[in-house]
Design a protein around this ligand. Structure first.
Ligand code: SAH
Ligand code: SF4
Ligand code: F3S
Length: 477
C-alpha cells in the first residue's frame, strides 16, 4: 500500500520547540544535575530501534540515562504485544513502580509501544494503574516532546494513541546502544495479516523509507564506527512498494553494499512469499552481506499454513530453501515456528518436525501460540490444552538441539571471520562475537580487538556456542 507522506518538517520543528520548553522546565526543576531517565524496550529489534529514537529525543530534552528504575526521575516502558507473556511482564513491572512513586511523587511513569496501541490495554492502564502519567502509541513517537510538556505542566494524565495512517518521521535524533552493531529500520508496519498476529493492528500499514533516507542513516552509522548494520522491517522483501524511487530490497542491499567502509550487513525479517531469486543472488554477490537468512516458516503443514494466511505451501517453502542453499553456498538459515495454532493436530505438528529435520536450521525461535484479541485466529476453536502444546514444544526443541549439536560438531577445525562484539558474559578473559552465519563464538584475546573483525579457528564446542583461537593478524589482511 502506498505511503501517504513523511511527517512534514514544520511538525518536526514544532516538536523541537516543545523539546526546548521541556529542557527549560527540567533545568529549573533539577538545577544541580540532569534528571535521569530509565528506558526499557520489550519485543523485536524494530521496537529497539524506536527506543533508540525515544532516548534521542529524551537526551535532546535534557535527560541523562540510568540503568535501573530505582534511581530514575522518568521511567518509560516501550512495550510489545506479540504474545501474552510479553504483555504480562509489562503489567508486572509497571505494578512495581507504584511503590517507587510513593517515595518519589515527582517520578514520571510513561508507557508506549505496541501494547498502548490497543484500546483494551489503555483502558486497563487507566483503571488499574492510576499512577501512570503518560501513555502514547506507536504513531506519535515523534510527538514525545509535546506530550511530555503536557505531562509536566498539565497536572493530568496524558493519553495519546491515534490510529496510524502510514506516516514516517525522518530526522529524529538517535541514541544508539548497540556498540559495534546498529539497527536501521528500512520500513514500518505490515500488510500481511497472518491470522495469529497483532502486528498489523498495532503498527498499521506497510510503508518504506525512501532509499536516500536509508542511505543517509547508513553513512552516519558507518561514520560513527559501527561495524554491522541490521536492516529492519516486518517483511523487508517487500521493501520499496509505494515509494517515489523504484528501488526494491535487492537494489537497496546493493547500494548499501557499495558504501565505502569495513562493515557487514544483516537484515530481518524475510517473508518467504516475497523472497525472490534476485534477492538470493544479491546475497551471494554482495561481499558485505552476511550469508544468513532468517526465513520464518511458522508451520510445515499446508492446512495450518493456509489457516495462518501465510500464502505459501510447504513445498513452495522447501523449493525456496533449496534455491537459497544452491545460490548462496554456506548459507545459514534460521526460522520462527508457532506450536499449537488453534485446531492444529499432533499429526499436523509432525509435518513441522519433519520440515525442521529437512531444512536443518542453524537455530530456531519457537513459540507456543498465544491468542491475541482482535485477530482472526483468536476466534477459532482451540481444543488442545496448553500442557499438551508444551509437550509438542519440548519435542521440537529436542529435534532442533540434535540438529544444532551435529552442525556445531562439524565446525571444529573450521575458520570463521568474526566481528568481536565485546567480552564474553561468562568468562571476562575471553572475547565474544558471531560468525557470519550468526552463531556465537568465544576466544581468548585482548579488548583492543573489540569492534574489529578477526579470523577465529574453532577448537571446541558448547551447546550453542563455539570456542576457538584467533589466528595471527597477518592471516586476516
Ligand atoms: N514479521 C515477521 C514476524 C514478526 S513477529 C514474520 O512474518 O516472520 C515474530 C514471531 O513471533 C513470528 O514469526 C511468530 O513466530 C511469533 N508470533 C507472532 N504472533 C504470535 C502469536 N500470537 N503467538 C505465538 N507466536 C507468535
Ligand atoms: Fe505478523 Fe505476519 Fe506481518 Fe510477520 S508478516 S508481522 S507474522 S502479520
Ligand atoms: Fe512486539 Fe510490536 Fe515488535 S508487537 S514484536 S514490539 S512490532
Amino acid at each position: 500500500m502506498a505511503k501517504l507522506h513523511n511527517i512534514p518538517p514544520e511538525e518536526l520543528e514544532r516538536q523541537r520547540q516543545y523539546a526546548l520548553k521541556v529542557r527549560e522546565i527540567l533545568s529549573v526543576k533539577y538545577p544541580t544535575a540532569k534528571p535521569l531517565a530509565y528506558v526499557h524496550t520489550y519485543g523485536c529489534q524494530g521496537n529497539v530501534a524506536d527506543g533508540e529514537r525515544i532516548e534521542g529525543l529524551l537526551s535532546e530534552m535534557g535527560y541523562d540515562f540510568c540503568d535501573s528504575p530505582e534511581s530514575a526521575d522518568l521511567v518509560l516502558y516501550n512495550t510489545c504485544a506479540v504474545r501474552e507473556h510479553a504483555e504480562d511482564r509489562v503489567f508486572g513491572n509497571v505494578g512495581k513502580l507504584k511503590n517507587y512513586k510513593k517515595d518519589k511523587p515527582d517520578l514520571i511513569v510513561a508507557l508506549c509501544g505496541c501494547m498502548m496501541q490497543q484500546a483494551h490495554v489503555r483502558e486497563r492502564i487507566y483503571k488499574s494503574y492510576p499512577f501512570v502519567n503518560l501513555v502514547f502509541g506507536t504513531h506519535v513517537l515523534h510527538r514525545l516532546p509535546e506530550l511530555l510538556y503536557q505531562t509536566l505542566t498539565g497536572g493530568k494524565r496524558v493519553v495519546c494513541a491515534p490510529e496510524g495512517f502510514g506516516e514516517i518521521a525522518e530526522h529524529l535524533p538517535v541514541r544508539r546502544s548497540g556498540g559495534v552493531k546498529a539497527w536501521l529500520p528500512i520500513m514500518y508496519g505490515c500488510d500481511n495479516f497472518c491470522t495469529y498476529c497483532i502486528v498489523p493492528y498495532v503498527r498499521a500499514r506497510e510503508r518504506s523509507r525512501e532509499p536516500e533516507d536509508v542511505l543517509r542513516e547508513a553513512r552516519e552509522i558507518i561514520a560513527a564506527g559501527c561495524r554491522e548494520i541490521t536492516l529492519l522491517g516486518q517483511n523487508v522483501n517487500s521493501y520499496g512498494k509505494g515509494n517515489k524511487s523504484e528501488l526494491n530490497f535487492a537494489g537497496l542491499l546493493r547500494e548499501i553494499n557499495a558504501l565505502p567502509g569495513d562493515f557487514k550487513i544483516r537484515f530481518m525479517t524475510s517473508h518467504p512469499k516475497d523472497c525472490t531469486h534476485e534477492l538470493l543472488e544479491t546475497i551471494a554477490q554482495c561481499d558485505k552481506v552476511s550469508k544468513h537468512l532468517h526465513l520464518p516458516v511458522q508451520s510445515g503443514n499446508d492446512r495450518v499454513l493456509r489457516a495462518m494466511n501465510r500464502r505459501y505451501t510447504r513445498q513452495q517453502y522447501l523449493d525456496l530453501v533449496a534455491d537459497a542453499k544452491a545460490t548462496v553456498p554456506g548459507l545459514s538459515l534460521t526460522s520462527d515456528i508457532i506450536v499449537g495454532f488453534p485446531g492444529e493436530t499432533y499429526e499436523e505438528f509432525q509435518d513441522t518436525v519433519s520440515l525442521v529435520r529437512k531444512v536443518e536450521y542453524t537455530s530456531l525461535f519457537t513459540f507456543i501460540y498465544s491468542p491475541r484479541k482482535g485477530t482472526a485466529a483468536a476466534e477459532l476453536p482451540d481444543p488442545v490444552s496448553h500442557k499438551e502444546k508444551t509437550r509438542w514444544f519440548a519435542e521440537l526443541t529436542a529435534v532442533q538441539e540434535e540438529i544444532a549439536a551435529n552442525r556445531i560438531a562439524e565446525s571444529v577445525g573450521k575458520t570463521y571471520t568474526v566481528l568481536v562484539e565485546g567480552r564474553s558474559k561468562t568468562d571476562k578473559s575471553r572475547l565474544a562475537g558471531r560468525t557470519d552465519g550468526n552463531v556465537m563464538i568465544e576466544f581468548a584475546g585482548s579488548p583492543e580487538k573489540i569492534g574489529t573483525y578477526c579470523e577465529v579457528r574453532v577448537t571446541e564446542t558448547g551447546k550453542w556456542t563455539l570456542f576457538g583461537e584467533a589466528l595471527p593478524q597477518s592471516d586476516t589482511e
